[in-house]
Design a protein around this ligand. Structure first.
Ligand SMILES: O=P(O)(O)OC[C@H]1O[C@H](OP(=O)(O)OP(=O)(O)O)[C@H](O)[C@@H]1O
Ligand code: HPA
Ligand SMILES: [Mg+2]
Length: 179
C-alpha cells in the first residue's frame, strides 16, 4: 500500500464496461471464423477480470483460455520500460487464431514486446484487445485492434488494474487522486 494518501474517483462504471464488452465481442465474432477455435490469451495480472467477462460473452464460441504474465511497473506509477516475462503460455499458438487481452495500453511497451514474442510463433490470426487506451502517453507505435475506452492521462485502478497491487478488486474503473 502506498504511504501517500489518495482517494479513487469513479471514471467508468461497471455497467458501462459491460455494455462496451458486448459491443466489442460482436466485432470479434465477425472477425474470427465461427467454426475455428479461438485461443484467448490474458496478460497477467491486470487482465484477469476483463478476460473473465470477455470469454463469457463469447460463450457460443469454441474458446481456449491461456495466460502469459508480463510485468513492467512493479509498485511504481511509471513504466520501467523493461518488460519481464514471468510466465509463458502453456499451449502452442502456431497456426491458430489468437486474441491477446490486455487491461490498459499506456506507454505501449508491454503489448509491443508481447506481440513481437507471439508473432514469432506464427499464429494464423493474431489480434489484440485492450479495455483502456491512453494514447497521449505512448512511447512506442502501438495500437490495439479493439479498444474499450480511450482515456486521458490519469492513473487508473479497478477492474483488474492496480496501484501498488491494490484496488484490482473494484468493479469499476476509477482514477487515483492524491489528497
Ligand atoms: O503500456 P505500458 O506502459 O507497458 O503499461 C501497460 C501495462 O502495465 C500494467 O501492467 P504491470 O506491469 O503493472 O503488471 P500487472 O499487469 O501485473 O499489474 C498493465 O496491466 C499493462 O500490462
Ligand atoms: O493508469 C495505470 N494504472 C495502473 N497501472 C498502469 N499501468 C500502466 N498504466 C497504468
Ligand atoms: Mg499488466
Amino acid at each position: 500500500m502506498s504511504a501517500r494518501p489518495y482517494v479513487i474517483d469513479q471514471m467508468i462504471s461497471a455497467k458501462a464496461i459491460a455494455a462496451r464488452i458486448e459491443e466489442l465481442t460482436d466485432r470479434i465474432k465477425s472477425d474470427f471464423p465461427a467454426d475455428e477455435r479461438l485461443v484467448v490469451v490474458g496478460l497477467l495480472r491486470g487482465s484477469f477480470v476483463f478476460i473473465a467477462d470477455l470469454v463469457r460473452e463469447l460463450r457460443d464460441r469454441d474458446v481456449e483460455v491461456d495466460f502469459l504474465e508480463a510485468s513492467s511497473y512493479g509498485n511504481a506509477m511509471e513504466s520501467s520500460r523493461e518488460v519481464r516475462i514471468l510466465k509463458d503460455l502453456r499451449g502452442e499458438i502456431a497456426g491458430r487464431n489468437v486474441l491477446v487481452v490486455e487491461d490498459i495500453v499506456d506507454t505501449g511497451h508491454t503489448l509491443n514486446h508481447v506481440m513481437h514474442l507471439l508473432r514469432a510463433r506464427e499464429p494464423k490470426r493474431l489480434k489484440t484487445i485492450a479495455l483502456l487506451d491512453k494514447p497521449s502517453r505512448r512511447e512506442v507505435d502501438f495500437r490495439a485492434d479493439y479498444i474499450g475506452f480511450e482515456i486521458p492521462d490519469e492513473f487508473v485502478v479497478g477492474y483488474g488494474i492496480d496501484y501498488a497491487q491494490c484496488n484490482r478488486n473494484l468493479p469499476f474503473i476509477g482514477k487515483v487522486r492524491f489528497t
